[in-house]
Design a protein around this ligand. Structure first.
Ligand SMILES: Nc1ncnc2c1ncn2[C@@H]1O[C@H](COP(=O)(O)OP(=O)(O)O)[C@@H](O)[C@H]1O
Ligand SMILES: [Mg+2]
Length: 333
């Protein structure tokens, strides 16, 4: 019963930072408590999460492995459920951990269900038709993975409608100052439709003029999970398909705070919000000090022969992450 719900990273506007934040938060969450994390690339137009976390996985390879029945892309999963060539059970058995490509980040287990991109789901597809198998599948995945994150695309589509309507999912709204009003209206609407809103991550923030934005968020009653400054490093990292978490910057700590608060049902209080600009590290430390698992200095990584190997991390756990981002795909052999 202490299971986390799946988290849907959502925004109505593209370019808000969903994918960039999700990749960093997922990697850090897995690192932080040695947990198994599954990221589902639900942006079937852009496949940005797939490109970020599995840069060496090409569509040819996905097609080849899919044909052999080894794993599924988001598109194939969804269409298979619609046309009933797949059931929740058969999809789940394909999505056993071994069949999902695994990121070679130096974290315990970060898995990605890839998208092939350039897909448009037909407007005639009725979300309710596969709500039940999607619920079943999500529930089964939550038994296997400690954390489950769904990336989505900004444009509303049948997949997003299903995710929002599912049991055991919660919305994480990625909001930027320019589209705060639009996003908050949407959140209120989602909540009206009985979706659970986990909270807001305010991204691309400049310290000036923030008080009005914060007042709006307070008034809405939605929890503020983290506040992420605008930082060129984020753009550069995205460009290089690398992560910024671990670089010791304020953005890094803001992302760590997001990871902790998302998975531990916490939020920023007023005092912490101010400190996020001057010293995000101290805010992170406050949350982290109450979290035992963070004191661990070791991570476990599975070597290819299946043996468990203990790796001691260098002082900065993520300093070498970008080099390792050239991910190997380990499908079932
Ligand atoms: N805090 C930030 N500071 C600067 N650039 C950011 C920040 N967050 C995201 N970006 C950049 O904005 C662009 C769009 O982000 P992305 O995560 O792809 O948005 P989305 O998935 O919501 O469409 C990327 O180049 C990303 O690096
Ligand atoms: Mg995206």
């Amino acid at each position: 019963m202490n299971k986390n719900n799946s988290l849907i990273f959502s925004s109505e506007k593209g370019g808000a930072g969903k994918t960039a934040i999700l990749g960093n938060v997922a990697a850090f969450t897995s690192y932080r408590d040695d947990s198994t994390v599954l990221v589902v690339d639900g942006d079937v137009t852009n496949q940005s999460t797939t490109k970020q976390l599995l840069p060496s996985l090409k569509n040819d390879k996905i097609n080849e492995l899919e044909q052999k029945g080894m794993f599924l892309s988001t598109e194939k999963l969804l269409m298979g459920l619609f046309d009933e060539t797949l059931s929740a059970e058969s999809a789940f058995s394909r999505l056993s951990q071994k069949a999902i490509p695994r990121s070679s980040l130096p974290v315990q287990s970060l898995f990605v269900l890839p998208s092939k991109g350039r897909t448009r789901f037909g407007h005639n597809l009725n979300p309710n038709a596969i709500l039940e198998p999607m619920n079943k599948l999500n529930g089964a995945l939550l038994d296997v993975f400690d954390h489950l994150f769904y990336d989505t695309e900004a444009t509303s589509n049948v997949l997003k409608e299903i995710l929002v309507a599912m049991d055991s999912t919660e919305l994480v709204s990625i909001v930027t100052p320019e589209n705060l009003d639009v996003e908050m209206d949407m959140l209120a609407k989602y909540e009206n439709d009985s979706a659970i809103v986990r909270g807001i991550i305010l991204n691309n923030v400049f310290e000036e003029n923030i008080s009005e934005q914060l007042t709006k968020i307070y008034d809405s009653g939605f929890p503020l999970i983290s506040l992420i400054p605008f930082d060129m490093q984020m753009i550069l990292a995205t460009h290089r398909r690398a992560l910024v978490v671990g670089d010791g910057s304020n953005v890094d700590y803001a992302l760590r705070v997001a990871s902790l608060n998302l998975t531990q049902q916490r939020k920023l209080d007023e005092k912490q919000i101010k400190a996020m600009f001057s010293n995000a590290e101290s805010v992170y430390d406050t949350f982290a000090s109450s979290t035992l698992e963070l004191k661990r200095k070791q991570i476990t990584s599975n070597s290819s022969n299946g043996d468990e190997k203990k790796t001691t991390l260098p002082g900065n756990p993520f300093s070498f992450i970008s080099k390792l981002m050239n991910t190997k795909v380990s499908g079932r052999t």
